[in-house]
Design a protein around this ligand. Sequence first.
Ligand SMILES: [Zn+2]
Length: 302
Amino acid sequence: MSWLRNWLNRAKENQDPGEESSSRTDEHQQTGERAPGASSDEDHRQGFHIRDAERRQLRRLLRRQDDLSYDLQRAEESLNEENQWTERIEQLNQAIEQAMADREAIEPSTESTPRVQLDPVPIEIVELKEEEPANVRLRIGSTEIGYREEIDWAERGHNVANPELRRMAGDVEPLLPDLESAERTQELREHLLHSLSTYANQLLEHAAAGSELPAMTLADITRTCPACGGWLDQKNRCPICAELNWKRQEIDDDLRRLRKERDDVISDLERQRDRLPIVRRQLAETQSDIEKLRAKGVEPAS
Ligand SMILES: [Zn+2]
């Protein structure tokens, strides 16, 4: 087997000098010295690096040329009498006009106004019992209406603080005057039922808080809104006007948004027009740089 060992040893001996020489070359490169015979290799490598950088630069320039061509197209379009910006501005102007007309048209419907205000007949408190089940009885003229706390046994724990009263006796029918239509009578019926029930609950809350009980007449609970003629609620707010105001505010929000967008489009249009000479110059410069690289035979890196 000695021939095999000898052959292996020889092979190892032959390999070693090669390895040493390559490590020496590395040292020379690191110190900036040039190993004999390596110079043409270096030049070739350096040349390759420069070429590669130029190829990448050319690719960047071509991309920039595309972007600037697109910008130029937009900037040129902005000079046309009719263009995408003027079209959008026109659309927004129409939307603004429409919104303003809609806002103007917001008015209380004739069906809701005017409402009748009843005579100042006092609403007397006949009975007011806070203990469970709470009990409130009101007398208006010759009519008596009784409310009693409705106890929901399942939810009782939550109801103690705010007992909900329910009408158990009496009706508002005798309080209704002759009105022009059954519809108007029904509106007044519902308003009185709602207002008297609210008043009964209010009395209970005041009693619980130990504060003075508010006195009320039929005229008080049928006060009308000076703006629309509809009935006010017990806090002197008009639900009809509140809803109309809410609608107006919604349109105001739309108008703000539309005007803001229109201003933005106008600014963009002006910016495009101002940019035109700059884009033209930048594109010419880019094209000239591309020409120079092409003249050197540089092809874009893929
Ligand atoms: Zn109103």
